[in-house]
Design a protein around this ligand. Structure first.
Ligand code: FES
Length: 108
């Protein structure tokens, strides 16, 4: 199996009801994870060429859903299901993180 070109990590962390911190899971990140997997299949990306992994909390919970793309180390915050196609088309396929999604804004 070749080394993956990209690894997309989607925070799917959830917290119990009433927990004071928000979570990406409560903000619909499971659907975002599925949209990445479906989007890669629709684009004919070979299995293993791009990995998509759900994760526990990545840190910036208030800015979730959080998605990180490696090896670029680009962080996307407040990701919506409708953003997934843009990230796949512009970042994963063209190598250009879409500026209008404010990549890395969570760290500024
Ligand atoms: S719950 Fe997703 S970043 Fe913390």
């Amino acid at each position: 199996m070749p080394k993956p070109k990209y690894h997309i990590i989607v925070c799917t962390n959830s917290r119990p009801p009433g927990h004071p911190k928000p979570s990406c899971g409560a903000a619909g990140s499971q659907n975002i994870l599925m949209a990445f997997n479906m989007g890669l299949m629709e684009r004919g990306v070979q299995p293993g060429e791009v990995l998509v992994t759900g994760s526990t909390c990545l840190g910036p919970c208030e800015q979730g859903p959080t998605v990180v793309v490696y090896p670029d180390g680009v962080w996307y915050s407040k990701v919506k299901e409708s953003d997934v196609a843009t990230i796949l088309d512009e970042h994963i396929q063209k190598g250009q993180p879409p500026a209008h999604l404010n990549p890395d804004a969570v760290w500024s």
